[in-house]
Design a protein. Structure first.
Length: 603
């Protein structure tokens, strides 16, 4: 049986060769090591303890369960269960459908995802940043910051109901361009056609990928790779001119400065020398008010494109008419080639002096006369025409309102007065849990917006969170903020002390940082080479293969007992105490001990 890392590296070797066609992929699904690796990758996710439509969870996973799955795949008798549909609320108040697959289907999907990633990762273009290894919202935003310099117009793109609108036949056709294995394609089609169960009623799926499915993101990227390649060719044909024409009056200032500099060399009188230096500085200052090139040059055009999932942003050096034509051309391509529709409400054409919204940030190209000297000691407007990433106060305000810790009052002059309030949902938690909850929210929000040029604005968010926490503690203990600070502050920092399981006294403090702009990714020119796969630790499988119950020591086939969260264990049962002591959410048990653990019969 081949090691899973060797299998994936063998596939990824030919990934950049877009004309290479893969055969006999389905037999990889008979490799138990692939399933062991997949199990190790996804076992820790809390959602695995949520029942699918078959009523099963990850609990009770065993080597025999994996063997049965492989046997079903070998005979093509495997049939994915319909997803159990639920709904989650979106920011605009609407409900987003979410499918919850059974865990066995998740396991098979993870193996399929690993295979597809090895095949396609080397093919994907540098403009794509969603659901890919070593890429994120930050890499997409920094790519924009580095490459959209001088853009005049933005096209904010959004595909209407993308994940629900993916055409199954087109998707299979795209996969056939690289995969010559009908059995493997039939398996993917089974996932697409599995349907969903809502209120005990089965519904067929005629389009779209299963939302919540592990394989959906990679299939979405494969589908939209067609758009990425179309935009790459479009940008090549759209771009004209090697560089902009120089500004007609720019050379005049260069000649003036050259003449004044030459005169300075021959001046002997100190007063006259000072007058010439003053003249040179005046020329430099006046020169800065004149662009180095003709910004209205019609012979110079450029297009930059960045996509994250179904959202994309285009930066255009050109006219508004060019932007309208580009939007129309993209719309026609999506409708004709991919059967997708651009959202008219969300697909906007914006002048770059006004902010475009992308991935929660406001993106604009700023005009600035701030100058500094370059390597040749010339004054240059370093910040002019550069991309500016911004977080707005409305974003901070909405985040605080969503957390229900902000009260807004109106002053007499009509201005808003923000007042932090306690989080009533936390009053039943202990001190450490309250502090950790606030730190978790604060750290997550501020880390995401850390690359904003105006990241100092995050101090406002931090301040509101801090005083909301103080009010929460004061409300919990029916005290005042002043008394709470007197009790918990150490050296000016709010600190909670606690005793760990070993009896040692530890402490945690409120999250404090400078909120200075940081750039977590130094180089946005990420190479397109496929990742090198390594063998993951298979400690779970090793424990199952040992065939020794971790409670009674019996030598027989084992089940892996899973729990959602360690902190939810009360420590009353013996299995709970073992997991708490080992800091593991799993324990390998014989069938008898597993049943007794669920029945609460092992003290």
């Amino acid at each position: 049986m081949r090691n899973s890392a060797k299998v994936l590296n063998g596939l990824s070797k030919y990934s950049p060769q877009v004309n290479y066609r893969y055969e006999r992929l389905y037999r990889i699904l008979f490799n138990e090591e692939m399933f062991y690796n997949a199990y190790q990758r996804i076992y820790a996710k809390e959602g695995n303890m949520t029942e699918g439509s078959d009523g099963k969870t990850i609990d009770g996973m065993s080597l025999n369960r994996i063997s049965k799955l492989i046997d079903l795949l070998r005979t093509e008798a495997y049939q994915p269960q319909p997803s159990r549909r639920t709904y989650i609320e979106k920011k605009d108040g609407k409900m987003r459908p979410l499918g919850i697959p059974s865990f066995d289907d998740k396991l098979v999907q993870e193996v399929v995802r690993m295979i597809l990633e090895a095949i396609y990762e080397g093919q994907f273009l540098d403009c794509s940043h969603g659901f890919r290894p070593k890429r994120s919202c930050h890499t997409a935003l920094i790519k924009i910051k580095k490459t959209f310099t001088g853009a005049k117009w933005f096209v904010e793109g959004d595909i209407k109901s993308f994940f629900d609108a993916i055409n199954h036949e087109i998707l299979i056709g795209v996969l056939k361009e690289r995969i010559s294995d009908d059995r493997f394609l039939r398996l993917i089609r089974k996932f697409l056609k599995a349907g969903y169960v809502e209120e005990w009623t089965f519904h067929k799926t005629y389009s779209g990928t299963p939302q919540g499915g592990i394989v959906s993101p990679i299939l979405a990227n494969i589908y939209l790779d067609k758009l990425d390649r179309y935009m790459l060719k479009y940008a090549e044909s759209f771009g004209t001119g090697a560089r902009r024409k120089p500004h007609p009056t720019r050379s005049m200032f260069e000649n003036k400065k050259k003449w004044a500099t030459q005169k300075l060399k021959n001046v002997r009188d100190e007063n006259e020398r000072l007058a010439v230096v003053k003249q040179i500085k005046a020329i430099d200052k006046e020169r800065l008010s004149i662009p180095s090139c003709d910004e209205m040059d019609d012979s110079y055009k450029r297009l930059q494109y960045v996509r994250y999932a179904d959202d994309f942003l285009i930066g255009i050096i050109g006219s508004k008419e060019d932007s309208k034509r580009i939007k129309d051309d993209i719309k026609k391509f999506l409708e004709a080639e991919l059967k997708l529709e651009l959202s008219e409400m969300k697909t906007l054409i914006t002048h770059t002096e006004k902010p475009a919204k992308f991935l929660g940030y406001e993106v604009l190209v700023r005009k600035s006369n701030l100058a500094r000297r370059d390597k040749m000691n010339r004054l240059t407007r370093t910040y002019n025409a550069k991309v500016y990433l911004r977080i707005s106060m409305d974003t901070i305000k909405q985040k605080l309102l969503d957390s229900e810790i902000l009260e807004i009052k109106k002053k007499n002059n009509g201005k808003e007065w923000w007042k932090p309030r306690e989080d009533t949902k936390c009053l039943h938690k202990d001190d450490l849990e309250i502090l950790q909850m606030y730190n978790y929210k604060l750290r997550g929000f501020t880390n995401y917006y850390a690359i904003a040029n105006n990241s100092a604005l995050l101090h406002s968010y931090s301040y509101m969170m801090e005083y909301s926490m103080y009010r929460t503690f004061a409300c919990k203990y029916k005290s005042s903020v002043r008394k709470i600070l007197r009790k918990y502050q150490r050296d000016g920092v709010f600190t909670v002390s606690y005793t760990n399981k070993k009896g040692d006294v530890r402490s945690q403090s409120f999250y404090k940082t400078s909120f200075a702009t940081s750039m977590p990714v130094e180089n946005t020119q990420l190479d397109n080479k496929t990742p090198l796969y390594h063998s993951n630790s298979t400690s779970l499988i090793d424990r199952l293969k040992a065939e020794k119950c971790e409670i009674c020591g019996a030598n027989e086939k084992l089940d892996m007992h899973h729990v959602r969260k360690l902190k939810n264990l009360d420590g009353k049962g013996y299995a709970d105490r073992l997991m708490i002591a080992r800091r593991r959410k799993t324990i390998a048990l014989c069938r008898g001990c597993h049943q007794k653990t669920h029945a609460g019969k092992i003290d």
